[in-house]
Design a protein around this ligand. Structure first.
Ligand code: ZN
Length: 67
């Protein structure tokens, strides 16, 4: 099974869904804070790097925080 790609905003400290892509570059804008400090990678890499637990991730994905 292919690993899912996730986006993570360093400013919001959370996984964000459907960030906006900036032009032709592989840079993404956070839909919550409009910042561009969005990292992306496989679910495994993102969770490992940002130390996100499975339960935390599930919460972020099911219940995105409205700002
Ligand atoms: Zn953000």
């Amino acid at each position: 099974m292919a690993d899912e790609i996730l986006f993570y905003c360093r400013d919001c400290d959370k996984v964000v869904l459907n960030p906006k892509k900036k032009g032709d570059k592989y840079e993404y804008t956070c839909p919550l804070c409009s910042g561009d400090r969005v990292a992306f990678g496989t679910k495994h890499a993102i969770c490992d790097f940002f130390n996100i637990k499975d339960a935390m991730l599930a919460k972020m994905l099911v219940n995105p925080v409205k700002e």
